[in-house]
Design a binder for this molecule. Structure first.
Ligand code: DMJ
Length: 634
């Protein structure tokens, strides 16, 4: 869907039914001449002017003296008339055709844009509510596949119609889905999910073995805490935040009790480590913790735990969770950086970064996301966390200076990588994961309120405006990563064509995309895991800028998911190659499709008062947690 501003004036818009408007023959001829290019090419030469005058007189004479039955219909019905009369009639008709320019019709807009422009706000709202319902139906379909074939497993394999435990066996899809179901008012799913959690989850936590600290925190701990909050556990009434359901069946205290039990076990990753940097893995049943086999932790993993542990401390009344997790960020504050940017590995043994690889994709991404989100979460709490805001601002300056480039030939703005640090070569590679950044930049600029409000209150600095501009440019690029492929779905990784470096790879297959030469995809990067980052950013940008194009883009992406990833027997699947039709399927529905992708799409199409961005901060797995402890927080 096009993002351009409407290419016509208000006058054009009201130019309805021009096709049927009567115009006098004289007006037709003079208008045609006045608007004709002849005016520009011959207007200045006197012979031209003379000839033009002769033509006007001659043509006016012919038209004025034609018989009254020279209308098109009469010519047709009298087609068998005498030869001379026919000749005159045809001559006049031909002249008439030549000079009567086709009437100006209202510009052709794609149906969606036309609807957006013409319909009343209420009609538009209802239109988007109907699309939102389609997302809810997709969620119900995804859940039904999981429930029918994989209940209790971490993930569904929709083609094999069975479950698999890729995340340690805590039923991750159930917990990742629960707050989405609450927000959508999918009551039956809430009941099914809560009943499994109440009956099975505690036992699983006590018995299961090794889990990854980060994945378990963002999906399971975050999911439990968000559901706890949204179901009224933290004295919130769901009506206040626009959530439609009664939630009668949910005993939120149980969710908190399980969250605390899990949090206690996860804490061992922090307490076992000789530094502030936690180990990457925890064995749940014996509460032991271990570094990854290579001894290293991912930078993003150790710095993406704080929203969840802070909130657990708040609701449990025990400061130990937040205090352990915040030590990581305090430690990061002291480490050397490259213009605010950091390498993607860190050692829990030395507490130092490992290697020089800098990127905002895998292993780097949510470090930058949590700098600003943890600051937002705590900004009303009286904590002294301004250093996080400063680290974020410095990092975004570093991104703009060192990582942002434009592709050729069409100038898409993208974020590349520095695999060998700031002194090494720039790589024009961008993971789909980087598409979280537009949303984070927009959130960081206005702190969750609309751009309009922020401008009215004079709250935007020059840097905020720069970040907002970058957010919009990058969101477009992320959308084009979808639009450039045959399926309309983005690859896991894209390369951008820059001066002197084609990045390698082939085009995405959609020959009608104007960015076909700008975006290249390598053979091994052609998969799509149903990831959320782009629709996450579209949601945040729509809330902040109120620009309807973000909804249109989101809808286009949703339709592509529907077309190519939906499995009839239930669930959705990741794909092996998004550049061919039909795309090869992978047989896996990631938990974040229900926890993030469909949640963000649902919120994108709905009312901005539902889970408002100035009262909630979404963890990196899209679980909303309240912006803490402010008087006006929900
Ligand atoms: C999610 O688990 C989280 O969004 C994480 O931060 C990055 N990867 C996935 C989704 O793509």
């Amino acid at each position: 869907m096009s993002s351009r501003s409407l290419p016509y004036s208000v006058q054009d818009v009201h130019y309805d039914n021009a096709k049927f408007r009567h115009r006098s023959p004289f007006k037709v001829i003079t208008q045609a001449l006045v608007t004709s290019r002849i005016r520009y090419s011959c207007g200045g030469c006197s012979i031209g002017k003379f000839l033009m005058l002769l033509m006007i007189v001659g043509l006016t004479y012919l038209v004025m003296h034609r018989s009254p039955d020279h209308s098109a219909s009469n010519v047709l019905s009298n087609g068998a008339g005498n030869g001379e009369h026919k000749y005159v009639k045809e001559g006049v008709s031909r002249i008439h055709r030549i000079w009567r320019k086709p009437p100006r019709l209202p510009p052709q807009l794609p149906p969606d844009e036309e609807r957006n422009f013409r319909s009343s706000p209420e009609e538009q709202r209802l239109y988007w509510v109907s699309r939102q319902q389609k997302v809810k139906e997709a969620f119900i379909h995804a859940w039904s596949g999981y429930r029918d074939y994989a209940m209790g497993y971490d993930e569904l394999m929709p083609l094999s119609q069975r479950g698999t435990d890729g995340l340690g066996g805590l039923g991750a899809t159930i917990i990742d889905s629960l707050d989405t179901a609450i927000i959508m008012g999918a009551d039956e799913i809430v009941i099914e999910a809560v009943s499994w959690i109440e009956n099975k989850l505690m036992e699983r936590i006590e018995k299961k073995g090794q889990v990854n600290l980060f994945e378990t925190t963002i999906r399971v701990l975050g999911g439990l805490l968000s559901a706890y909050h949204l179901s009224g556990g933290d004295n919130v009434t769901t009506g206040d935040i626009g959530i439609p359901m009664t939630l009668k069946g949910v005993k939120s205290d149980i969710l908190l009790e399980i969250a605390k039990n899990l949090g206690d076990r996860l804490l061992s990753a922090f307490t076992s480590s000789p530094t502030a940097i936690p180990f990457s893995d925890v064995v749940l049943h014996d509460r032991s913790a271990h570094p990854a086999p290579d001894g290293l932790s991912s930078t993003s993993e150790v710095s993406t735990l704080q929203l969840e542990f802070n909130y657990l401390s708040k609701v449990s009344g025990d400061p130990k969770y937040g205090s352990e997790a915040m030590k990581v960020l305090e430690h990061f504050r002291t480490l050397p950086k490259v213009e605010g940017l950091v390498p993607i590995y860190i050692s829990p043994h030395s507490g130092q970064f490992h290697g020089e690889n800098i990127r905002l994709g895998s292993r780097g991404d949510s470090y930058y996301e949590y700098l600003i989100k943890v600051w937002i979460q705590q900004k009303n709490s009286g904590s002294q966390l301004n250093y996080l805001y400063e680290m974020y601002e410095e990092a975004m300056r570093g991104v703009r200076h060192l990582l942002v480039r434009k592709s050729i030939p069409k100038g898409l703005v993208f974020v590349g990588e520095l695999p060998y640090g700031s002194k090494g070569a720039f790589s024009p590679k961008m993971d789909h994961l980087v598409c979280f950044l537009p949303g984070t930049l927009a959130l960081g600029a206005t702190k969750g309120i609309t751009r309009k409000k922020a401008e009215e209150r004079n709250l935007l600095t020059l840097e905020d405006l720069e970040n907002l501009k970058l957010a919009e440019d990058l969101a477009k690029t992320c959308f084009e990563m979808y639009a450039v492929t045959s399926t309309g779905l983005a690859p896991e990784i894209a390369y951008f064509h820059v001066e002197g470096d084609s990045g390698g790879g082939l085009d995405g297959g959609n020959k009608s995309s104007e960015y076909i030469d700008d975006i290249l995809i390598k053979h091994n990067d052609r998969h799509n895991l149903l990831r959320p980052e782009t629709v996450e950013s579209l949601f945040v940008l729509h809330r902040i800028t109120e620009d309807p194009k973000y909804r249109e883009w989101g809808w286009q992406i949703f339709e592509a998911f529907e077309k190519y990833t939906k499995i009839d027997s239930g669930g959705y699947t990741s794909l092996d190659d998004i550049t061919v039709i039909p795309p090869r399927k992978r047989d896996k529905m990631e938990t974040f499709f229900l926890g993030e992708t469909l949640k963000y799409l649902y919120l994108l199409f709905g009312d901005e008062h539902v889970v408002p961005l100035d009262k909630f901060v979404f963890n990196t797995e899209a679980h909303p947690l309240p912006i803490s402890w402010s008087k006006d927080s929900a």
